[in-house]
Design a protein around this ligand. Structure first.
Ligand code: SF4
Length: 334
């Protein structure tokens, strides 16, 4: 077994300390960071931080994206969801399997993680950690420097590649030990603990659930769109998205290409909308236009919108109040 490991670097506190603990033992480490379409704003900042973490630790780092096969896991996780659409157990297994697949490529023999026993309710209970290790086919090959002494020795520990006596027995949510260690080692390139990916967000989860239930051919673009604008379900096969500010207006202009079409106000001030519908019926257009008018200013009694479906046509409609709140996907059904 080589004295070289892949260490999962999130950009957070636990991973920097865990990695430092093995580097201090003379183990050569290559960092691995996972990016994902479900990365929250904070996760994306952490992605940048992960690069800084690696620089501060003086290690090489590679990034891998969770691919399309990850979408299948999110849709149908073997071990279920957390509070929202977060399939944390399956997600950990997925990441560790990918890591296992990289061992040969990165010339490493084992994996280091910043896991702490009992720190997270779903994925860091003892039996769950053991299950994840087994299902990722890395049995005995994961070293968890922060909690190692609370687990049976891993193979690198048994073989004396890693000195178990110099690993820790941290458990639970307190980060006192980790904060003490970053001070001792003079480390600063890490993000504060907490947060989760977009799948832990209740509103995002609701929109994702709606997308998965209604659109059999959804794409990554549909998922990216879930973080932009207000989303209205007009019918089982039609969805309308309305920008909330100028920045989103511009984002929707870029995203409003087929199969989406843009809906823009012509004779009133208001936001841009984009529509995805299997069939562009008059009724769907009317509902979209009326929703847009609801967010507009100085809307005339008979208003006009421009339909960007490649024909540059306009659509005039009688403005009437519409119960669009009932169609908002963010809201609980009344
Ligand atoms: S919070 Fe998101 S990224 Fe983290 S383990 Fe859970 S599903 Fe995966």
């Amino acid at each position: 077994m080589k004295k070289r490991a892949i260490s999962l670097i999130s950009g957070g506190l636990d991973s920097i300390v865990a990695t430092k603990l093995v580097i201090e033992q003379g183990i050569e480490v290559v960092g691995l960071h996972f990016s994902s379409i479900f990365a929250s704003k904070r996760d994306r900042q952490r992605g940048h931080m992960a690069l800084r973490t690696a620089r501060e630790l003086g290690i090489e780092i590679v990034t891998r994206n969770k691919g399309d096969d990850y979408l299948e896991i999110v849709k149908n996780p073997r071990y279920g969801y957390g509070k929202n659409m977060n399939p944390c157990i399956d997600c950990r297994i997925y990441m560790l399997r990918l890591t296992k697949g990289l061992l040969a490529e990165l010339d490493a023999s084992f994996v280091v993680t910043g896991e702490v026993l009992g720190q997270r309710p779903m994925s860091q209970r003892r039996n769950t950690i053991e299950l994840i290790e087994k299902r990722s086919e890395l049995t005995g090959l994961i070293v968890r420097p922060l909690s190692a002494r609370l687990f049976p020795p891993s193979i690198p520990e048994q073989e004396g590649i890693v000195d178990r006596e110099r690993l820790l027995d941290v458990s639970g949510r307190s980060r006192q030990v980790q904060y003490r260690l970053v001070e001792t080692y003079g480390l600063s390139a890490f993000d504060l603990p907490g947060g989760g990916c977009l799948l832990t967000d209740p509103i995002f989860s609701k929109k994702l659930r709606d997308l998965m239930a209604t659109d059999r051919a959804y794409t990554t673009k549909d998922i990216e769109l879930l973080t932009v604008g207000r989303h209205f379900r007009l019918s089982p096969s039609a969805k309308f998205v309305v920008a909330r500010n100028e920045r989103e207006n511009e984002q929707l202009a870029v995203m409003g290409e087929a199969p989406y079409i843009t809906v823009d106000p012509v004779d009133f001030k208001g936001p841009r909308g984009i529509l995805k519908a299997e069939e562009l019926s008059e009724e769907i257009l009317l509902t979209s236009a009326r929703i847009l008018a609801r967010y507009g200013k100085d809307v005339p009694g008979t208003a006009t919108v421009e339909i960007g479906d490649g024909t540059s046509r306009t659509f005039s409609f009688q403005v009437e109040e519409i119960d669009s709140d009932a169609m908002l996907i963010q809201q609980e059904a009344p």
